[in-house]
Design a protein around this ligand. Structure first.
Ligand code: ZN
Length: 374
C-alpha cells in the first residue's frame, strides 16, 4: 500500500528511468523520492563538477544548482566531459544546464554565472548539501566556511597531477576542512591545474566518489567519508585513508571560534596576481578604465566601445598613461595577453587590476552576438 502511494509520485517515464534504483533495497521508491526532493549545490563546473553534475542529474537529484562564471575553453575538453566542441566559448553554467536537462528533463537546474564570494555565498542556504568542485584554495576555504556557518554538509574533492582527495566535512559533528588545514597556503606556493597539469581521467574518478558520498548522505545509507580523508594515487593505483578529527582549536568549528563571518575571496585563482572579471560582470560594471592590448589589425575586426588601445608590445613604456588610482580592466582576444599586461600593472604597483576572462571573444559569444567574432 505504502509503495503504491510512493510510486504514484513518479511519472511512468521516471519509474522506468529509475528502475535500477527502485530495485535496490537500499534505495527503492522511498530513496528515489529522497533524491528527487534533494537540493544539491555544485560549486565549480570544471573537471570535478562535470562528472558530479552528470551523475547527480542521472540519479534523479531533483534540484541542482551550479556556480561557475567561467567559459568553456578547448583545453577543458580533455577532462570536463560535460562539454562539447560546439560549446567552446560559451558559458559553462549555461552549457551545463543545457546538457543536464537533455540527460534528465525531470530535474530543475539553477545556474549562477558568478564566482562564489562572501556576497553571494548565502545561496548555499537554499540547498541541502554542497559538492565542492573548486580548483583553488580561496574558494575552497570559502565553501568550507559557508557550509559550516549555514549548517550544510560539504562533500569535498580535489585533484592535482595524479593525486586526488575526497572527504565529507561539516557532517554530523565531523571535522571541517580547517580542522585539517587551518589556513590557505601562501599564494603562489601551490600551482593550480593549469600550471601543474592533471590526468584527464582523475577528476572523473574523484568526482564520481563525491557523488557516491552525496547520494549516501541523501539516502541516509552506508558509511559516508565523515572523519575520514581519502587519498587516491592514480599512478600507484592505491587508496589510502587518514583519520580526520574535529579540532577543538579550529578557528571555524572549534570550541572558541574566531571566524564568525565569511571573508571575501581575494583571488578567483589561487596563483593569479590579479583579479579576473567575467563578461557578465563587466556588462553591469561601472567606473573603470578599459584597456585593449591587442594589435591594430584585430581592432579593425571588432572592438569594444571606449577601450583605450595600448598594444601589449608597447605596454611597459605606455602604462604610465594609466591612472594607478582607477580600476583598470584589461582585455585582449581570449584573456592570455591581457593577463600578461595585468601582471605588469601589478608589478608596477597598480592596485585595482582585473583581467577580462575569455577576452573580447567571450563578450561577442555571450553578450553582444551582433559583433564580429574571429
Ligand atoms: Zn573545523
Amino acid at each position: 500500500q505504502r509503495w503504491t502511494v510512493m510510486l504514484n509520485e513518479f511519472s511512468p517515464e521516471e519509474l522506468s528511468r529509475y528502475s535500477r534504483h527502485m530495485n535496490l533495497a537500499e534505495v527503492g521508491p522511498e530513496g528515489q523520492k529522497k533524491l528527487k526532493k534533494a537540493k544539491v549545490l555544485i560549486v565549480g563546473a570544471g573537471g570535478l563538477g562535470s562528472p558530479i553534475a552528470l551523475y547527480l542529474a542521472a540519479a534523479g537529484v531533483g534540484t541542482l544548482g551550479i556556480v561557475d562564471f567561467d567559459i568553456v575553453d578547448e583545453s577543458n575538453l580533455q577532462r570536463q566531459v560535460l562539454y562539447s566542441v560546439d560549446q567552446v566559448g560559451r558559458s559553462k553554467a549555461e552549457s551545463a544546464k543545457e546538457r543536464l536537462l537533455q540527460l534528465n528533463p525531470h530535474i530543475d537546474v539553477f545556474i549562477y554565472k558568478e564566482a562564489l564570494s562572501s556576497k553571494n555565498a548565502h545561496i548555499i542556504k537554499d540547498y541541502d548539501l554542497v559538492l565542492d568542485g573548486t580548483d583553488n584554495f580561496p574558494t575552497r576555504y570559502l565553501v568550507n566556511d559557508a557550509c559550516f556557518l549555514f549548517g550544510k554538509p560539504n562533500v569535498y574533492g580535489s585533484i592535482f597531477r595524479f593525486d586526488g582527495q575526497v572527504s565529507v566535512f561539516n557532517y554530523q559533528d565531523g571535522p571541517c576542512y580547517r580542522c585539517l588545514y587551518p589556513s590557505p597556503p601562501p599564494e603562489g606556493l601551490i600551482p593550480n591545474c593549469a600550471e601543474g597539469g592533471v590526468l584527464g581521467v582523475l577528476p572523473g574518478i574523484i568526482g564520481t566518489i563525491q557523488v557516491n558520498e552525496a547520494i549516501k548522505i541523501i539516502l541516509g545509507k552506508g558509511k559516508p567519508l565523515k572523519g575520514r580523508f581519502l587519498l587516491f594515487d592514480a599512478l600507484g593505483m592505491t587508496f589510502d585513508e587518514m583519520k580526520a578529527k574535529r579540532d577543538p582549536e579550529c578557528a571555524l568549528c572549534g570550541d572558541n571560534p574566531t571566524i564568525k563571518e565569511l571573508n571575501d575571496v581575494k583571488h578567483v585563482c589561487g596563483t593569479l596576481k590579479y583579479d579576473e572579471i567575467s563578461v557578465w560582470e563587466l556588462k553591469d560594471h561601472s567606473d573603470f578604465v578599459l584597456v585593449d592590448v591587442r594589435e591594430t589589425y584585430e581592432r579593425e575586426i571588432v572592438k569594444l566601445e571606449g577601450a583605450l588601445h595600448i598594444p601589449l608590445k608597447d605596454f611597459n613604456e605606455r602604462m604610465s598613461e594609466l591612472d594607478p588610482e582607477k580600476e583598470i580592466i584589461v582585455h585582449c582576444k581570449s584573456g592570455q595577453r591581457s593577463g600578461k599586461a595585468c601582471e605588469q600593472l601589478i608589478e608596477n604597483n597598480f592596485k585595482k587590476v582585473k583581467n577580462l576572462k575569455g577576452g573580447i571573444c567571450a563578450w561577442v559569444e555571450n553578450i553582444d552576438q551582433g559583433l564580429t567574432n574571429y
